[in-house]
Design a protein around this ligand. Structure first.
Ligand SMILES: *Cc1c(COP(=O)(O)O)cnc(C)c1O
Length: 453
Protein backbone atom coordinates (compact mmCIF):
# COMPACT_ATOMS: atom_id res chain seq x y z
CA UNK A 1 0.00 0.00 0.00
CA UNK A 2 1.18 3.50 -0.80
CA UNK A 3 3.14 5.06 2.07
CA UNK A 4 2.19 8.60 0.98
CA UNK A 5 -0.83 10.81 0.30
CA UNK A 6 -1.38 13.69 -2.14
CA UNK A 7 -0.71 17.26 -1.05
CA UNK A 8 -0.76 18.92 -4.47
CA UNK A 9 -2.57 17.71 -7.58
CA UNK A 10 -2.47 18.30 -11.33
CA UNK A 11 -5.78 18.03 -13.23
CA UNK A 12 -5.90 15.56 -16.13
CA UNK A 13 -8.76 14.72 -18.46
CA UNK A 14 -9.65 12.39 -21.29
CA UNK A 15 -10.15 14.37 -24.52
CA UNK A 16 -13.22 13.44 -26.60
CA UNK A 17 -12.82 10.57 -29.07
CA UNK A 18 -12.95 12.79 -32.18
CA UNK A 19 -10.24 14.92 -30.67
CA UNK A 20 -8.07 11.86 -29.97
CA UNK A 21 -8.55 10.71 -33.55
CA UNK A 22 -7.51 14.12 -34.87
CA UNK A 23 -4.55 14.27 -32.48
CA UNK A 24 -3.30 10.91 -33.74
CA UNK A 25 -3.50 12.05 -37.36
CA UNK A 26 -1.75 15.32 -36.55
CA UNK A 27 0.94 13.43 -34.65
CA UNK A 28 1.40 11.23 -37.74
CA UNK A 29 0.73 8.15 -35.62
CA UNK A 30 3.81 8.87 -33.53
CA UNK A 31 2.86 9.51 -29.89
CA UNK A 32 6.09 11.43 -29.25
CA UNK A 33 4.39 14.19 -31.27
CA UNK A 34 1.32 14.39 -28.99
CA UNK A 35 0.99 17.43 -26.71
CA UNK A 36 1.12 16.06 -23.14
CA UNK A 37 -2.09 17.97 -22.34
CA UNK A 38 -3.93 15.72 -24.77
CA UNK A 39 -2.79 12.57 -22.95
CA UNK A 40 -4.91 11.19 -20.12
CA UNK A 41 -2.59 8.58 -18.56
CA UNK A 42 1.01 9.16 -19.62
CA UNK A 43 3.09 6.00 -19.41
CA UNK A 44 5.64 7.08 -22.03
CA UNK A 45 8.51 6.92 -19.56
CA UNK A 46 9.37 6.78 -15.86
CA UNK A 47 12.31 9.11 -16.47
CA UNK A 48 12.01 12.40 -14.62
CA UNK A 49 8.21 12.15 -14.58
CA UNK A 50 7.64 11.22 -10.93
CA UNK A 51 6.34 13.28 -8.03
CA UNK A 52 8.75 14.76 -5.50
CA UNK A 53 8.01 14.54 -1.78
CA UNK A 54 7.29 17.51 0.48
CA UNK A 55 10.77 17.01 1.95
CA UNK A 56 12.29 17.34 -1.52
CA UNK A 57 10.31 20.50 -2.29
CA UNK A 58 11.40 21.94 1.05
CA UNK A 59 15.02 21.06 0.26
CA UNK A 60 14.85 23.05 -2.97
CA UNK A 61 14.66 26.24 -0.92
CA UNK A 62 17.91 25.34 0.83
CA UNK A 63 19.76 25.22 -2.49
CA UNK A 64 23.17 26.87 -2.28
CA UNK A 65 23.83 28.30 -5.74
CA UNK A 66 27.51 29.08 -5.09
CA UNK A 67 29.61 28.33 -8.16
CA UNK A 68 32.31 26.61 -6.10
CA UNK A 69 32.10 24.82 -2.76
CA UNK A 70 28.28 24.69 -2.65
CA UNK A 71 26.81 23.34 0.59
CA UNK A 72 24.25 21.53 -1.56
CA UNK A 73 27.02 19.56 -3.21
CA UNK A 74 28.21 18.42 0.24
CA UNK A 75 24.74 17.16 1.00
CA UNK A 76 24.57 15.22 -2.25
CA UNK A 77 28.01 13.75 -1.58
CA UNK A 78 26.90 12.63 1.90
CA UNK A 79 23.75 11.04 0.48
CA UNK A 80 25.73 9.12 -2.14
CA UNK A 81 28.17 7.93 0.55
CA UNK A 82 25.44 6.89 2.97
CA UNK A 83 23.02 5.31 0.50
CA UNK A 84 25.31 3.91 -2.19
CA UNK A 85 28.55 3.58 -0.25
CA UNK A 86 30.63 5.42 -2.86
CA UNK A 87 33.08 8.16 -1.88
CA UNK A 88 33.42 10.68 -4.72
CA UNK A 89 30.71 12.27 -6.85
CA UNK A 90 30.74 14.27 -10.08
CA UNK A 91 27.25 15.73 -10.68
CA UNK A 92 25.93 16.01 -14.25
CA UNK A 93 22.78 17.36 -15.91
CA UNK A 94 21.30 13.86 -16.36
CA UNK A 95 22.38 10.25 -16.91
CA UNK A 96 23.73 10.69 -20.42
CA UNK A 97 25.88 13.58 -19.19
CA UNK A 98 27.38 11.16 -16.68
CA UNK A 99 27.91 8.63 -19.47
CA UNK A 100 29.70 11.21 -21.55
CA UNK A 101 31.97 12.11 -18.62
CA UNK A 102 32.72 8.51 -17.58
CA UNK A 103 32.88 6.68 -20.91
CA UNK A 104 34.67 9.62 -22.55
CA UNK A 105 37.30 9.28 -19.80
CA UNK A 106 37.57 5.49 -19.71
CA UNK A 107 37.53 4.96 -23.48
CA UNK A 108 39.57 8.01 -24.53
CA UNK A 109 42.50 6.02 -25.91
CA UNK A 110 40.92 2.63 -26.36
CA UNK A 111 41.29 2.00 -30.10
CA UNK A 112 39.22 -0.96 -31.31
CA UNK A 113 37.78 -1.42 -27.84
CA UNK A 114 34.85 -3.78 -27.33
CA UNK A 115 32.51 -3.19 -24.37
CA UNK A 116 30.22 -5.93 -23.02
CA UNK A 117 27.10 -4.99 -21.03
CA UNK A 118 24.14 -7.17 -19.98
CA UNK A 119 22.22 -4.86 -22.31
CA UNK A 120 23.26 -1.37 -23.36
CA UNK A 121 20.56 1.21 -22.80
CA UNK A 122 20.15 3.42 -25.95
CA UNK A 123 22.21 6.35 -24.67
CA UNK A 124 24.88 4.01 -23.26
CA UNK A 125 25.22 2.28 -26.61
CA UNK A 126 25.47 5.68 -28.32
CA UNK A 127 28.14 6.96 -25.90
CA UNK A 128 30.26 3.81 -26.15
CA UNK A 129 30.00 3.94 -29.96
CA UNK A 130 30.71 7.67 -29.92
CA UNK A 131 34.12 6.91 -28.36
CA UNK A 132 34.88 4.58 -31.27
CA UNK A 133 34.30 1.42 -29.22
CA UNK A 134 31.94 -1.41 -30.07
CA UNK A 135 29.06 -2.06 -27.63
CA UNK A 136 28.18 -5.77 -27.29
CA UNK A 137 25.09 -7.00 -25.42
CA UNK A 138 25.50 -10.05 -23.19
CA UNK A 139 22.01 -10.79 -21.81
CA UNK A 140 21.30 -14.22 -20.35
CA UNK A 141 19.32 -16.72 -22.43
CA UNK A 142 15.62 -16.03 -22.07
CA UNK A 143 16.03 -12.31 -21.33
CA UNK A 144 13.90 -11.52 -24.37
CA UNK A 145 11.44 -14.38 -23.86
CA UNK A 146 8.16 -12.86 -22.59
CA UNK A 147 6.97 -16.20 -21.16
CA UNK A 148 9.96 -17.51 -19.21
CA UNK A 149 9.51 -17.28 -15.44
CA UNK A 150 12.89 -16.67 -13.78
CA UNK A 151 13.97 -14.42 -10.90
CA UNK A 152 16.93 -12.63 -12.49
CA UNK A 153 16.39 -12.38 -16.23
CA UNK A 154 18.36 -9.11 -16.20
CA UNK A 155 21.65 -10.86 -15.41
CA UNK A 156 24.89 -10.43 -17.34
CA UNK A 157 25.84 -13.58 -19.24
CA UNK A 158 29.38 -14.57 -18.30
CA UNK A 159 29.26 -17.24 -21.01
CA UNK A 160 28.65 -14.68 -23.72
CA UNK A 161 31.30 -12.37 -22.29
CA UNK A 162 33.86 -15.22 -22.15
CA UNK A 163 33.03 -16.11 -25.76
CA UNK A 164 33.68 -12.47 -26.60
CA UNK A 165 37.10 -12.67 -24.91
CA UNK A 166 37.90 -15.78 -26.98
CA UNK A 167 36.82 -13.96 -30.11
CA UNK A 168 38.49 -10.55 -29.73
CA UNK A 169 41.05 -11.07 -26.94
CA UNK A 170 41.05 -9.62 -23.42
CA UNK A 171 43.27 -6.72 -24.48
CA UNK A 172 40.47 -5.20 -26.49
CA UNK A 173 38.04 -5.17 -23.53
CA UNK A 174 39.04 -2.29 -21.22
CA UNK A 175 35.58 -1.88 -19.73
CA UNK A 176 32.68 -4.08 -18.61
CA UNK A 177 29.28 -2.56 -17.79
CA UNK A 178 26.37 -4.02 -15.84
CA UNK A 179 22.99 -2.24 -15.97
CA UNK A 180 20.74 -2.67 -12.90
CA UNK A 181 17.88 -3.19 -13.44
CA UNK A 182 18.27 -4.18 -17.09
CA UNK A 183 16.16 -1.43 -18.65
CA UNK A 184 16.36 -2.76 -22.21
CA UNK A 185 15.43 -6.27 -21.07
CA UNK A 186 12.01 -5.36 -19.65
CA UNK A 187 13.42 -3.87 -16.43
CA UNK A 188 14.48 -7.29 -15.15
CA UNK A 189 16.66 -7.41 -12.03
CA UNK A 190 20.28 -8.50 -11.65
CA UNK A 191 21.35 -10.68 -8.72
CA UNK A 192 24.16 -9.73 -6.37
CA UNK A 193 25.74 -13.12 -7.13
CA UNK A 194 25.84 -12.15 -10.82
CA UNK A 195 27.46 -8.80 -9.97
CA UNK A 196 30.14 -10.64 -7.97
CA UNK A 197 30.86 -12.88 -10.93
CA UNK A 198 31.15 -9.87 -13.25
CA UNK A 199 33.62 -8.33 -10.77
CA UNK A 200 35.74 -11.50 -10.92
CA UNK A 201 35.50 -11.55 -14.71
CA UNK A 202 36.64 -7.92 -14.95
CA UNK A 203 39.60 -8.77 -12.68
CA UNK A 204 40.53 -11.79 -14.83
CA UNK A 205 40.75 -9.65 -17.95
CA UNK A 206 42.04 -6.56 -16.14
CA UNK A 207 39.08 -4.39 -17.15
CA UNK A 208 37.31 -1.55 -15.34
CA UNK A 209 33.88 -2.54 -14.02
CA UNK A 210 31.10 0.07 -14.19
CA UNK A 211 27.56 -0.32 -12.87
CA UNK A 212 24.81 1.70 -14.54
CA UNK A 213 22.86 2.22 -11.33
CA UNK A 214 19.82 4.15 -12.64
CA UNK A 215 17.41 1.75 -10.90
CA UNK A 216 19.68 0.49 -8.11
CA UNK A 217 16.96 0.75 -5.43
CA UNK A 218 14.36 -1.18 -7.43
CA UNK A 219 17.03 -3.78 -8.13
CA UNK A 220 17.92 -4.06 -4.44
CA UNK A 221 14.26 -4.60 -3.60
CA UNK A 222 14.06 -7.51 -6.07
CA UNK A 223 17.26 -8.95 -4.57
CA UNK A 224 15.80 -8.73 -1.09
CA UNK A 225 12.64 -10.49 -2.34
CA UNK A 226 14.24 -13.15 -4.52
CA UNK A 227 17.88 -13.86 -3.67
CA UNK A 228 18.19 -16.49 -0.97
CA UNK A 229 21.25 -15.13 0.78
CA UNK A 230 19.40 -11.92 1.71
CA UNK A 231 16.95 -12.15 4.57
CA UNK A 232 13.58 -10.40 4.48
CA UNK A 233 14.66 -7.83 7.04
CA UNK A 234 17.86 -6.79 5.21
CA UNK A 235 17.89 -3.03 4.61
CA UNK A 236 17.47 -2.03 0.96
CA UNK A 237 20.42 0.37 1.25
CA UNK A 238 22.61 -2.41 2.68
CA UNK A 239 21.95 -4.54 -0.39
CA UNK A 240 22.51 -1.55 -2.68
CA UNK A 241 25.84 -0.78 -1.00
CA UNK A 242 27.01 -4.35 -1.33
CA UNK A 243 26.04 -4.60 -5.01
CA UNK A 244 27.44 -1.19 -6.01
CA UNK A 245 30.53 -1.84 -3.91
CA UNK A 246 31.79 -4.38 -6.46
CA UNK A 247 32.06 -1.70 -9.17
CA UNK A 248 34.99 0.61 -9.88
CA UNK A 249 32.57 3.37 -10.83
CA UNK A 250 28.85 4.00 -10.93
CA UNK A 251 26.92 6.01 -13.49
CA UNK A 252 23.53 7.35 -12.44
CA UNK A 253 20.48 9.11 -13.86
CA UNK A 254 18.75 10.95 -11.01
CA UNK A 255 15.58 10.92 -13.13
CA UNK A 256 15.07 7.30 -12.11
CA UNK A 257 15.95 6.24 -8.55
CA UNK A 258 17.17 9.75 -7.65
CA UNK A 259 13.44 10.64 -7.56
CA UNK A 260 14.02 13.99 -9.27
CA UNK A 261 12.97 15.56 -12.55
CA UNK A 262 16.51 16.03 -13.78
CA UNK A 263 20.08 15.33 -12.71
CA UNK A 264 22.68 12.58 -12.62
CA UNK A 265 26.23 11.77 -11.55
CA UNK A 266 29.32 9.63 -11.79
CA UNK A 267 30.53 8.15 -8.49
CA UNK A 268 33.75 6.30 -7.73
CA UNK A 269 36.16 5.39 -4.95
CA UNK A 270 39.09 5.57 -7.36
CA UNK A 271 40.95 8.86 -6.74
CA UNK A 272 42.68 8.91 -10.09
CA UNK A 273 39.52 8.18 -12.07
CA UNK A 274 37.71 10.82 -10.01
CA UNK A 275 40.31 13.44 -10.97
CA UNK A 276 40.08 12.56 -14.64
CA UNK A 277 36.27 12.63 -14.61
CA UNK A 278 36.31 16.04 -12.93
CA UNK A 279 38.42 17.46 -15.75
CA UNK A 280 36.05 16.19 -18.41
CA UNK A 281 33.05 17.34 -16.36
CA UNK A 282 34.41 20.90 -16.33
CA UNK A 283 34.52 20.79 -20.13
CA UNK A 284 31.04 19.36 -20.69
CA UNK A 285 28.97 19.88 -17.53
CA UNK A 286 30.28 22.54 -15.17
CA UNK A 287 32.53 23.09 -12.16
CA UNK A 288 32.63 19.80 -10.21
CA UNK A 289 30.67 21.05 -7.18
CA UNK A 290 27.56 21.64 -9.31
CA UNK A 291 28.21 19.82 -12.60
CA UNK A 292 25.18 20.27 -14.76
CA UNK A 293 22.80 21.02 -11.90
CA UNK A 294 21.44 23.97 -9.95
CA UNK A 295 22.20 23.89 -6.22
CA UNK A 296 18.52 23.35 -5.45
CA UNK A 297 18.43 20.31 -7.73
CA UNK A 298 21.45 18.83 -5.93
CA UNK A 299 19.46 19.20 -2.69
CA UNK A 300 16.35 17.54 -4.10
CA UNK A 301 18.40 14.60 -5.38
CA UNK A 302 20.22 14.23 -2.05
CA UNK A 303 16.84 13.80 -0.35
CA UNK A 304 15.46 11.66 -3.19
CA UNK A 305 18.30 9.12 -2.97
CA UNK A 306 17.57 8.58 0.72
CA UNK A 307 13.84 8.17 0.06
CA UNK A 308 14.46 5.73 -2.80
CA UNK A 309 15.88 3.13 -0.41
CA UNK A 310 13.16 3.43 2.22
CA UNK A 311 11.39 0.10 2.19
CA UNK A 312 7.91 1.65 2.30
CA UNK A 313 8.71 3.66 -0.83
CA UNK A 314 10.43 1.04 -2.95
CA UNK A 315 8.11 -1.82 -2.01
CA UNK A 316 5.11 0.29 -3.01
CA UNK A 317 6.85 1.36 -6.20
CA UNK A 318 7.65 -2.14 -7.43
CA UNK A 319 4.34 -3.60 -6.22
CA UNK A 320 2.42 -0.83 -8.01
CA UNK A 321 4.02 -1.84 -11.30
CA UNK A 322 3.23 -5.46 -10.49
CA UNK A 323 -0.42 -4.50 -9.84
CA UNK A 324 -0.69 -2.90 -13.27
CA UNK A 325 0.70 -6.13 -14.71
CA UNK A 326 -1.87 -8.24 -12.84
CA UNK A 327 -4.78 -6.05 -13.97
CA UNK A 328 -3.63 -6.37 -17.59
CA UNK A 329 -3.09 -10.13 -17.30
CA UNK A 330 -6.53 -10.57 -15.71
CA UNK A 331 -8.06 -8.57 -18.58
CA UNK A 332 -6.55 -11.09 -21.01
CA UNK A 333 -3.75 -8.85 -22.29
CA UNK A 334 -0.50 -10.73 -23.06
CA UNK A 335 2.40 -9.26 -21.08
CA UNK A 336 6.11 -9.93 -20.55
CA UNK A 337 6.55 -12.12 -17.46
CA UNK A 338 7.66 -11.67 -14.80
CA UNK A 339 6.86 -7.96 -14.53
CA UNK A 340 10.00 -5.83 -14.08
CA UNK A 341 10.72 -2.88 -11.83
CA UNK A 342 9.60 0.21 -13.70
CA UNK A 343 7.22 -0.85 -16.46
CA UNK A 344 4.84 -3.45 -17.79
CA UNK A 345 5.62 -4.64 -21.31
CA UNK A 346 2.80 -5.75 -23.58
CA UNK A 347 3.49 -8.53 -26.08
CA UNK A 348 2.14 -6.87 -29.25
CA UNK A 349 2.86 -9.86 -31.50
CA UNK A 350 0.58 -11.99 -29.32
CA UNK A 351 -1.99 -9.19 -28.89
CA UNK A 352 -2.33 -8.44 -32.63
CA UNK A 353 -1.28 -11.70 -34.33
CA UNK A 354 -2.73 -10.63 -37.71
CA UNK A 355 0.02 -7.97 -38.07
CA UNK A 356 3.48 -8.98 -39.34
CA UNK A 357 6.60 -7.13 -38.17
CA UNK A 358 6.54 -4.87 -41.25
CA UNK A 359 3.09 -3.60 -40.23
CA UNK A 360 4.53 -2.53 -36.84
CA UNK A 361 2.13 -4.31 -34.45
CA UNK A 362 3.69 -2.56 -31.44
CA UNK A 363 3.19 0.90 -32.88
CA UNK A 364 -0.34 -0.03 -33.99
CA UNK A 365 -1.08 -1.08 -30.40
CA UNK A 366 0.42 2.16 -29.03
CA UNK A 367 -1.83 4.20 -31.33
CA UNK A 368 -4.94 2.19 -30.39
CA UNK A 369 -4.26 2.62 -26.66
CA UNK A 370 -4.33 6.36 -27.24
CA UNK A 371 -7.33 6.25 -29.55
CA UNK A 372 -9.37 4.12 -27.14
CA UNK A 373 -8.38 5.55 -23.79
CA UNK A 374 -5.95 8.46 -24.08
CA UNK A 375 -3.18 6.20 -22.73
CA UNK A 376 0.36 6.86 -23.97
CA UNK A 377 2.93 4.05 -24.03
CA UNK A 378 5.96 3.50 -26.25
CA UNK A 379 6.83 0.93 -28.90
CA UNK A 380 10.04 -1.04 -28.35
CA UNK A 381 9.90 -3.48 -31.26
CA UNK A 382 10.59 -3.37 -34.97
CA UNK A 383 9.71 0.33 -35.25
CA UNK A 384 12.21 1.42 -32.56
CA UNK A 385 14.87 -1.20 -33.37
CA UNK A 386 14.88 -1.58 -37.16
CA UNK A 387 17.78 -4.02 -37.38
CA UNK A 388 17.56 -5.96 -34.15
CA UNK A 389 15.92 -9.30 -33.54
CA UNK A 390 13.68 -8.13 -30.75
CA UNK A 391 10.21 -9.15 -29.58
CA UNK A 392 7.36 -6.76 -30.49
CA UNK A 393 6.95 -5.06 -27.13
CA UNK A 394 5.04 -2.00 -25.98
CA UNK A 395 6.27 -0.48 -22.75
CA UNK A 396 3.90 1.06 -20.22
CA UNK A 397 6.33 2.80 -17.85
CA UNK A 398 5.00 3.87 -14.46
CA UNK A 399 6.04 7.32 -13.18
CA UNK A 400 7.01 7.19 -9.50
CA UNK A 401 4.37 8.18 -6.89
CA UNK A 402 2.11 9.63 -9.61
CA UNK A 403 -0.84 7.43 -10.59
CA UNK A 404 -3.29 5.38 -8.55
CA UNK A 405 -5.17 2.13 -8.81
CA UNK A 406 -8.13 3.77 -10.65
CA UNK A 407 -5.78 4.96 -13.38
CA UNK A 408 -4.46 1.44 -13.80
CA UNK A 409 -8.00 0.04 -14.00
CA UNK A 410 -8.58 2.44 -16.90
CA UNK A 411 -5.35 1.33 -18.61
CA UNK A 412 -6.27 -2.35 -18.32
CA UNK A 413 -9.84 -1.74 -19.59
CA UNK A 414 -8.47 0.29 -22.50
CA UNK A 415 -6.03 -2.47 -23.47
CA UNK A 416 -8.78 -5.11 -23.24
CA UNK A 417 -11.03 -3.00 -25.52
CA UNK A 418 -8.22 -2.71 -28.08
CA UNK A 419 -7.73 -6.48 -28.05
CA UNK A 420 -11.44 -7.01 -28.69
CA UNK A 421 -11.09 -5.01 -31.90
CA UNK A 422 -8.71 -7.73 -33.11
CA UNK A 423 -8.35 -7.73 -36.88
CA UNK A 424 -9.96 -4.29 -37.11
CA UNK A 425 -6.71 -2.80 -35.85
CA UNK A 426 -4.80 -1.62 -38.92
CA UNK A 427 -1.08 -1.98 -39.41
CA UNK A 428 1.06 1.08 -40.06
CA UNK A 429 3.73 2.05 -42.54
CA UNK A 430 6.41 4.69 -42.38
CA UNK A 431 5.68 7.90 -44.30
CA UNK A 432 8.64 10.09 -43.31
CA UNK A 433 11.79 9.15 -41.42
CA UNK A 434 14.91 10.89 -40.12
CA UNK A 435 18.44 10.14 -41.34
CA UNK A 436 19.52 7.96 -38.41
CA UNK A 437 17.41 4.78 -38.28
CA UNK A 438 18.39 4.23 -34.60
CA UNK A 439 16.54 7.41 -33.66
CA UNK A 440 13.56 7.03 -35.95
CA UNK A 441 10.95 6.17 -33.33
CA UNK A 442 11.28 9.66 -31.83
CA UNK A 443 10.44 11.60 -34.98
CA UNK A 444 9.30 9.37 -37.88
CA UNK A 445 5.79 9.88 -39.26
CA UNK A 446 3.51 6.93 -40.07
CA UNK A 447 0.20 6.25 -41.74
CA UNK A 448 -2.33 3.40 -41.63
CA UNK A 449 -1.85 0.61 -44.14
CA UNK A 450 -5.44 1.10 -45.26
CA UNK A 451 -5.10 -0.79 -48.55
CA UNK A 452 -5.26 -4.03 -46.52
CA UNK A 453 -8.86 -3.52 -45.49
C1 LIG B 1 17.67 6.68 -18.43
C2 LIG B 1 18.87 5.84 -18.51
C3 LIG B 1 20.11 6.37 -18.89
C4 LIG B 1 20.29 7.81 -19.34
O1 LIG B 1 19.84 8.72 -18.41
P1 LIG B 1 19.15 10.11 -18.81
O2 LIG B 1 18.94 10.78 -17.50
O3 LIG B 1 17.90 9.82 -19.56
O4 LIG B 1 20.13 10.86 -19.68
C5 LIG B 1 21.21 5.52 -18.88
N1 LIG B 1 21.08 4.22 -18.54
C6 LIG B 1 19.89 3.68 -18.19
C7 LIG B 1 19.81 2.24 -17.81
C8 LIG B 1 18.75 4.47 -18.17
O5 LIG B 1 17.58 3.91 -17.82
Amino acid sequence: MAGYKSKMVEPISLPARERRERNLERARYNVFNLPADEVFIDLLTDSGTGAMSDAQWAALLRGDEAYAGSRSFDRLESAVRDVMGVEHVVPTHQGRGAENVLYGTLLSDAEDAVVPNNTHFDTTRAHVANQGAEPVDCPVDGAHDPDLEAPFKGNFSLERARALVDEVGADRIPLVIQTITNNSAAGQPVSVANTRRVRDFADEIDATFVIDACRFAENAYFVQQREDEFAAETEIAEIAREQLGYADAVVMSGKKDGLVNTGGFVATDDEELFERCKQRAILYEGFPTYGGMAGRDLEAMAVGLREAVERSYVADRVEQVRTLGSLLRDAGVPIYEPVGGHAVYLDAAAALPHLEADAFPGQALVCELYREGGVRGVELGSFAFPDAERPELVRLAVPRRTYHREHFDHVAETAATVLEKGRDVDGLEIATEPEMPELRHFTAGLEPRSEER
